[in-house]
Structure formats: structure tokens, C-alpha cells
Design a protein around this ligand. Structure first.
Ligand SMILES: [Zn+2]
Ligand SMILES: [Zn+2]
Length: 406
């Protein structure tokens, strides 16, 4: 197995590792849900200020931004790094001393690690600002797990003053071992849409079905029928998911339910498949209901668009990652049907969101994201900070003129 101690990670990062671990564990002990990251935002603000950075707070409620202006303003150009700060509504089951002390809330996705990596990257950059060009914006956003903090931060001007022209971010990734990096050009994470189905039948006595329209039976047929959309309507070379996650109906064993309510999600990578799925879920649900004498109302809500990496920026990140972990440990096809609101930053400016391998089977750090046993190998944080710092050092050499969004 690859040893992190053998990788070309600078002394500046190795010296900061202890602080990164301390920060990460402190945040892990005190997770907060989306838009309630007051304590976390306080820790972030204090740490950035103590490092000397210019800090803006209260952006999209709890969002925080740190700024480093390089010695050479380079035409007022700026680049953004992004981390997310929120935890999940989950009870932690890890028997570790830094386990969550907040009942029913847990950092089960690694956002504590993202925050720690970016904090120390920002402080290291500030210390070496005499050698940096351009301006660097470090954005710590709330509520990635919902309702979303990236979009309101952009609306509140995080990409202006200084003018951000590109963005980068990472996600710790437990489906890949520590020492690997995933960099996918093009769509890397899916678009997510939620839907709700309201079936309306006619209630009645369980012994007299002929006088009623059974919403449980109608709803069940709808769930089954919409499972044919991906297998029968979507091009086999495309990727899509339709999941019905909840089904609620009925009140007693001898009452035919009048209503049923279901919630689900669709995941897609491109807009034509997305609109096909939206159309077919609507048609299938309403027509199956109609055929069975009931009615079904369908409502869609857009969650996040697909996370789309710029191909040139992706090559740039992959080259840097290869210097740090070795070319054979850089996976160019890693992508996910999960959704991310980093997608809004990447819609606004070109950039790259990459996956930082973080599991370690020898140490039992293999829990899935969003599970009560999720934990990651903290060594991955050194690799993440080293890649971020190399991106900073090389960006303006690689892009002497502002990149044009594809
Ligand atoms: Zn997550
Ligand atoms: Zn996440």
C-alpha cells in the first residue's frame, strides 16, 4: 500500500497536519446541520483571522470567505476554492474519542475534513503571499446537504470583488483508498430532482372493494411502472436513476385508502435525459392512475444541476495530482450519481471538482458516506492541501489569460 509519508508533500503541509487533525476533530465533535453552522462558522472565521486573512462573514447566513491577495495582482484576476461545512441528521456509531457530541447530528460525509484542508491551505497561502499572483478566495459554504449554500453565496456576490474566473474543490471519497485521486472531465456528479406523487382514489370498506378505488393498489402499480422508464425509455449508453423513497397511505387493515403519497428522486448527467425522465414519470404516473380510475398529481423540484468539470481545468488538476500521488493513482473516470451544489460554482465559472481517496481498509476506515460508521483516513487531508497549494502556485502560469467557459 502507498505510504503517505513517501509522497512529495512539502514541509509546510506536514507541519500543518497536526493542526488540520485538531481542527477536523473539533468540527467532528460539534457537527451542525445546514444553515445552522454558527459554531463552525465561528471556528472558521477565527482561524482565518488568526492567520492574517481578510475575512467576510454572514454570507448566505453562515457562509464565510477568506481572501488572500498575491504580491502581483495580475490584472485583478481571482480564483476560488470551496469547502462545505455542514453535517447530517444521523446518530454517529463510531467508537472514537472525537465522536459527535451533538445528539442525532454527525459529520458523515467528510465536510469537517474539507473545512480543515481549506483552512490550512488558506493560511499557508497567506504566509507565502509574497510569491503568489492574483487573488484567492476561500469560500466556506453552508448547507451542501440541503437546502444548498452555494447558490445563495453566489447571489450574494462571492464571485465578485475580486472577480473570480475559475473554481476548484474536492470531496473526500471513501470508495477510493487514501493515496488515490479521481478527476473526471465533463459531468462528474449527477443532477438531482425530487418528485412527489399524490394519488387520489376513493375510500371504502375493506370488504367492499368494488365500491372504492384503492389508492394503495394504484400507488403500487405506479411505483412498478415508473421503474420501467430507465430500462425501457432511456438510451442504454446514458445513465439515469429513478428511486421512490417513501410511500405513505392508509390507516387500518379494513379500510381502503383514499389517498397515497410518494416521494422520490431522479438522477441524470445530461439535460435531455433529465427532461425525458421528468416527462415520463409524469405521464406514467398520471396515466396508470387514470387507467385504474384514480388520479395522480406529480410535482417536480430541482435540487442541484449536474456537476460539470471543465476539460482543460480537469487535465490541469490531474497533472498536479499525478505529481503528488503518481499517475497510476489518478483515476480519470471516477464519477457519482450523487449530487453536489459545487455545481453552481462550476456553472458560473470553469473549474474542477475532484475526488480525494480517503478510505483505509487496514485501519477499518471503510464506512460509506452518510452512514453512522463513516470515517476517513486523515492522511488524505495532507494530500488535498498539497494539491490545492500546487494549483495556486501554477494556475497563472498555466492560464496567462482568463479561461473561457466551454
Ligand atoms: Zn453528503
Ligand atoms: Zn458531501
Amino acid at each position: 500500500m502507498l505510504r503517505v509519508a513517501d509522497l512529495p508533500i512539502r514541509a509546510g503541509v506536514r507541519d500543518r497536519f497536526e493542526t488540520m487533525v485538531r481542527l477536523r476533530r473539533d468540527l467532528h465533535r460539534h457537527p451542525e446541520l445546514g444553515m445552522r453552522e454558527q459554531r463552525t462558522a465561528g471556528v472558521v472565521t477565527e482561524h482565518l483571522r488568526a492567520g492574517g486573512l481578510e475575512v467576510r462573514t454572514g454570507i448566505a447566513q453562515t457562509g464565510v470567505v477568506g481572501l488572500v491577495r498575491g504580491a502581483d495582482p495580475f490584472g485583478g484576476r481571482a480564483v476560488l476554492f470551496r469547502a462545505d461545512m455542514d453535517g447530517l441528521p444521523l446518530q454517529e456509531e463510531n467508537p472514537v474519542e472525537y465522536a459527535s457530541s451533538h445528539q442525532g447530528v454527525m459529520h458523515a460525509c467528510g465536510h469537517d475534513g474539507h473545512t480543515a484542508i481549506l483552512l490550512e491551505t488558506a493560511r499557508e497561502a497567506f504566509e507565502r503571499r509574497a510569491t503568489l499572483r492574483g487573488s484567492w478566495t476561500y469560500a466556506f459554504q453552508p448547507a451542501e446537504e440541503g437546502p444548498g449554500g452555494a447558490k445563495p453565496m453566489i447571489e450574494q456576490g462571492v464571485l465578485r470583488d475580486p472577480n473570480v474566473e475559475a473554481c476548484f474543490g474536492l470531496h473526500l471519497w471513501n470508495t477510493m483508498p487514501v493515496g488515490t485521486v479521481g478527476v473526471k472531465a465533463g459531468p462528474a456528479m449527477a443532477a438531482a430532482d425530487e418528485f412527489e406523487l399524490w394519488v387520489e382514489g376513493k375510500g371504502g370498506h375493506g370488504a367492499y372493494p368494488h365500491g372504492a378505488i384503492d389508492a394503495v393498489m394504484v400507488g403500487s402499480q405506479i411505483v412498478t411502472a415508473i421503474q420501467s422508464i430507465v430500462s425501457r425509455n432511456v438510451d442504454p449508453f446514458e445513465t439515469a436513476v429513478v428511486t421512490v423513497g417513501t410511500f405513505n397511505a392508509g390507516s387500518n387493515f379494513n379500510i381502503i385508502a383514499e389517498k397515497a403519497h410518494m416521494k422520490g428522486t431522479i438522477r441524470t448527467f445530461n439535460s435531455s435525459v433529465r427532461s425525458l425522465l421528468i416527462r415520463r414519470v409524469e405521464e406514467t404516473a398520471s396515466r396508470v392512475a387514470e387507467a385504474l380510475g384514480a388520479r395522480c398529481r406529480v410535482v417536480f423540484t430541482e435540487v442541484y444541476p449536474a456537476t460539470h468539470n471543465d476539460p482543460v481545468m480537469s487535465d490541469f488538476v490531474a497533472e498536479i495530482a499525478a505529481e503528488v500521488v503518481g499517475a497510476k493513482h489518478v483515476l480519470r473516470n471516477e464519477c457519482s450519481m450523487g449530487a453536489e451544489d459545487m455545481s453552481y460554482f462550476l456553472e458560473a465559472v470553469p473549474g474542477c471538482y475532484f475526488f480525494l481517496g480517503s478510505s483505509n481498509s487496514e485501519r477499518g476506515l471503510i464506512g460509506q458516506h452518510h452512514s453512522p460508521r463513516f470515517d476517513f483516513d486523515e492522511d488524505a487531508m495532507q494530500i488535498g492541501a498539497e494539491i490545492f497549494l500546487r494549483i495556486q502556485e501554477r494556475y497563472f502560469d498555466r492560464f496567462p489569460t482568463p479561461p473561457v467557459k466551454a
